[in-house]
Design a protein around this ligand. Structure first.
Ligand code: SF4
Length: 367
């Protein structure tokens, strides 16, 4: 059973609203939520260009630490760029990426966003939520990740909302995830759809009574105690995330575990075993449980390593290219993954442990 249910709610120190975002109806919702959370510093920018994010030192150079701290405590309300209307495929998680926001206030030392999003790491939330959600219609019935998978064909066309943010971590100040869940649950799409989100937070209460109609799968992003405790600053503790997942499952949501990023550190078998046991305990007895599991091993790119070492100069996260295998991606990009022998050992251990400890979990992919 979970040992704690208290959640950590982020309160931005500063909210910036661009000129184009100011008149959008969803902006009013965001600002009401920010006021309720105690935000007092709200600035309406005269244009759409976002300024004042970098902090400079006495020498005129960017003070990286101060810039990082300021950015991580800033919420920017913007209109999404036109490119967002053409959704991008996002294998292996989903057919399409659906961004409600970009950026995240937490401080994970391996953050997936490092090197993907440029500039200081602010959280940008999209004020034109109606247009973002409206873009889904043109993509239903298209996409090759889930529709061609025997294990996932029944999910319909899948849309992933957590590629570039943690949508539950900012939900109390945005309301975007609730609106998206209600939209997907009630809108007449041309075919079956599934909205997907994964989170390292546990404040699920606002989602429990939404008309989700089983069309949103929320996964808890979880890790071994040694990884979560050391590298996942500003997130909710894993027991809180699991308690949230249990509450969602009992409210009829399809749910999942995103075990990521898997790292073979210390006594990893015992720690991941304890994690799987805790998840099994939390979900035991849920009627009609629909549970999936996704396993993602730790990897980094040359640019994410550079950014993360700037953000977390004293990190003990292993990012040694010489200890890794180089993998070439599309367009010649390079990423560093665990060597084949380590990967095989991890994969086989997880396959056995999942089957033994959470037999109800349907594995979606290993990467
Ligand atoms: Fe990055 Fe996810 Fe951690 Fe946020 S919760 S800092 S997006 S890894």
């Amino acid at each position: 059973m979970p040992t704690s249910t208290s959640t950590r709610l982020w309160v931005p120190r500063r909210v910036l609203v661009t000129r184009s975002a100011a008149e959008r109806p969803h902006t009013a919702t965001i600002l009401e939520r920010c006021a309720a959370a105690g935000v007092t510093d709200v600035e309406f920018l005269p244009a759409d260009r976002i300024t004042g994010l970098r902090v400079t030192g006495p020498d005129g150079e960017t003070d990286e630490r101060a810039t990082y701290a300021r950015a991580k405590s800033t919420l920017v309300v913007v209109v999404s760029p036109p490119s967002q209307r053409r959704l991008q495929p996002i294998p292996p998680s989903a057919d399409w990426r659906l961004d409600l926001a970009q950026g995240c206030p937490a401080h994970c030392q391996y953050c997936y966003l490092a090197g993907s999003l440029g500039g200081p790491p602010v959280t940008r939330v999209y004020a034109d939520l109606d247009a973002v959600l409206g873009a889904m219609d043109g993509h239903v019935g298209r996409g090759g990740v889930t529709s061609t998978s025997a294990a996932r064909g029944h999910e319909g066309t899948t849309f992933e909302a957590s590629c570039y943010t943690d949508p539950l971590g900012i939900e109390h100040v945005t309301g975007s995830l609730s609106a998206a869940i209600a939209h997907v649950g009630t809108h007449a799409f041309a075919g079956p759809v599934q909205l997907r989100a994964t989170t390292k937070f546990g404040a699920v209460e606002p989602l429990l009574d939404l008309p989700h109609h089983g069309r949103t799968r929320i996964r808890a992003s979880v890790n071994a105690a040694g990884v979560a405790g050391r590298f996942e600053g500003g997130t909710d503790p894993v027991p809180v995330r699991l308690a949230g997942l249990g509450a969602l499952a009992r409210a009829g949501y399809p749910v999942g575990l995103t075990i990521a990023p898997i790292m073979p550190r210390g006594d990893w078998r015992a720690e991941y075993g304890a994690l799987l046991d805790a998840a099994a305990d939390e979900l035991a007895g849920v009627p009609g449980l629909d549970l999936t599991v996704e396993c993602i091993t730790h990897r980094f790119t040359p640019s994410s390593k550079d950014v993360l070492e700037d953000w977390y100069p004293r990190t003990q996260l292993e990012m040694d290219p010489d200890a890794r295998s180089r993998k070439r991606g599309k367009f010649g990009s390079v990423k560093y993954v665990y060597p084949a022998a380590t990967m095989a050992e991890l994969r086989s251990w997880f396959a056995d442990a999942l089957e033994a400890r959470i037999p109800a979990a349907r594995p979606l992919y290993w990467t």
